[in-house]
Ligand binder design. Sequence first.
Ligand SMILES: Nc1ncnc2c1ncn2[C@@H]1O[C@H](COP(=O)(O)OP(=O)(O)OP(=O)(O)O)[C@@H](O)[C@H]1O
Ligand SMILES: [Mg+2]
Length: 373
Amino acid sequence: MAVSKDQVLTALAKVPSPNGVALPDARVLSDVVVSDGKVFFSLTVDAGAVKAWEPVRKAAEDAVRAISGVQSALVALTAERSGASGSRPQQAGQSAPRAAHPADKVQPGIPGVDAVIAVASGKGGVGKSTTAVNLALGLRDLGLKVGMLDADIYGPSLPKLLAIREKPQTIGGTRLKPIERYGLTVMSIGFLIDEETPMIWRGPMVMSAITQMLREVEWSKLDVMVVDMPPGTGDAQLTMAQQVPLKGAVIVSTPQDLALIDARRGVAMFKRVNVPVLGVVENMSYFLCPSCGTRSDIFGHGGAQKEAERLGVPFLGEVPLHMTIREKSDSGRPVVATEPDGPHARIYREIAAKVRDQIKGSAQVAPKIVIEA
Ligand SMILES: Nc1ncnc2c1ncn2[C@@H]1O[C@H](COP(=O)(O)OP(=O)(O)OP(=O)(O)O)[C@@H](O)[C@H]1O
Ligand SMILES: [Mg+2]
């Protein structure tokens, strides 16, 4: 029988909050989302009381997991300063990233993971996820052990781009086992939620979900973790850039002026939080006619390279706009994995080699973390 919200609330009534009040009465509970045996909710508590609430969060998760029919439970602990209104995700251009909070902390690395790199873009739909997947596979082809984290909580793409339909298993009831595909170790919030489930996440809840995916997933030993970031350069993206212990960021842009303006914002965002920009990739750089092979520069090829030079960051390469890349990407058979000897795979591997050289040569940077208010 399907798990109901009432069953969850009944189970939570047995979980005391730090001051002894039962959880449903403690005025910290978000809406409880129950979907197909998977349960999600958040506890929003005062920033000063987070430590005292962490055992409660765990107890709540355990209580929900014990309900018969529950496959997985994700309880996020979110900190808010009292009186603050809930933060909302912002799209590029809506506001400039705000300054770091005085209570900044250094973000620890992820055990077993040597380097975490972000693939980001200011503008949506420029091919960031496609680039992230093929770059990860390119790094794999260079002999590295590679993982991928889908940090695009609002529109996770990795389940589709890697045709992953199975759900991650839990280890010991608390930690999640990532999914292995094409030699990559992968985690996405999309594995836990159905595609139809609306992603009505509040800003702080997103951050907790990311932290859980980083810290409560049994990542094996990895040379590189490639993080597919959500598009945009607003507060939510800035905080995420600080939440993840990044060694560097790759910015994806198409050659058009509008995309380049957003790419510039992306570069500025990472520089602001002391994350080195490993370089810029120009995606959909030129069009290669699949039938005659003729090349046309429909978006004004070369813009990203010029912009990279202007900004003083490396240029990593150009990827053509090609039907094969789109078809392979959208059917979950990424081109580097399924046409490893083709021209596109070669381009991605060249980009991967540049990224590898960059991360080998740069010191680990521990970015500051902003406590979401
Ligand atoms: N080089 C390319 N050639 C052809 N199609 C491409 C290329 N790169 C990406 N695409 C296609 O463009 C679409 C958008 O790509 P993708 O989902 O990777 O973008 P995104 O920047 O991650 O988008 P979002 O901002 O929604 O996360 C997809 O259909 C993808 O297959
Ligand atoms: Mg994407």
